[in-house]
Design a protein around this ligand. Structure first.
Ligand SMILES: [Zn+2]
Ligand SMILES: [Zn+2]
Length: 251
């Protein structure tokens, strides 16, 4: 198993560990609480692992300091604390909005905050208007997203977890029904080949049970992420628990 993800993911139809939350933000990016408060909450909940995943961009210069802070907090914490970052997919070549200095970072959450196109990310509102005007077929949006995600996993310098898979689709006026079996097969094969994981995300309530089931059946690693921006949101599963229950029922 990819060292950056272990012991945080489970394979196949066994549900992801709800006792591990790998997606949370601190005041280092847009979270409302410092790292110490997020760790304290994970300890209160008796989690068996956690990861912080603050937002980075290519010009982010605080990663070394962030890694040092996580390392020193880790020494005192009652649970394993992973150091992650969240970065958006920029284009269909799979470029990620990551800085160069990533030493000590355990994993990257690969995020569909925008729609990756050939020349860079498009704002979902613009994509939605283009679809409404009949200038852009919905299928092309899904094709671009899958192409970009596959390439991002293939070229990622860090162990990767796909964050809130397909969260960008509703922002473009689309649903997961636009995602075909071939798309999911390609994604699953790439995840397996690159030992990447797919997150079930509480905040964005995605991906759907149908998608999670298909990926799980194909042996894709699954993780749970709250996308907490405050201690009260850490590992507060409602959507994720429902999807995991569906998965268990289907097993
Ligand atoms: Zn995100
Ligand atoms: Zn996030």
């Amino acid at each position: 198993m990819t060292p950056g993800l272990d012991p945080t993911a489970s394979r196949g139809l066994s549900p992801p560990a709800l006792a591990v939350d790998l997606h949370m933000h601190t005041t280092t990016s847009d979270g409302h609480a410092p790292l110490a408060d997020m760790i304290a909450q994970a300890e209160r909940l008796d989690l068996s692992g956690m990861g912080v995943s603050d937002h980075v961009r290519s010009d982010t210069d605080w990663v070394p300091e962030y890694v040092r802070a996580v390392r020193s907090a880790r020494r005192l914490a009652a649970l394993p604390v992973r150091c992650g970052v969240e970065a958006k997919i920029l284009d269909t070549r799979g470029r990620l909005d990551l800085p160069h200095a990533l030493a000590g970072v355990d994993y990257v959450l690969v995020a569909d905050h925008r729609v990756p196109a050939l020349d860079g990310p498009l704002h979902p509102a613009d994509v939605r208007s283009a679809i409404d005007r009949g200038e852009l077929p919905a299928a092309a949006v899904v094709d671009a997203l899958i192409e970009a995600t596959v390439r991002a996993l293939e070229s990622s310098p860090l162990p990767a977890i796909i964050a809130h898979l397909f969260s960008v689709l509703p922002k473009c006026g689309l649903t997961e029904t636009a995602v075909g079996k071939e798309h999911l097969n390609r994604l699953a094969a790439t995840c397996r080949r690159t030992a990447s994981a797919v997150e079930i995300n509480e905040k964005w309530r995605c991906p759907s049970s149908r998608v999670v089931r298909m990926l799980a059946r194909q042996g894709v690693l699954l993780t749970a992420g709250s996308d907490a921006h405050a201690p009260a949101e850490v590992a507060r599963w409602s959507y994720v628990r429902a999807v995991v229950d569906d998965l268990a029922a289907a097993a």
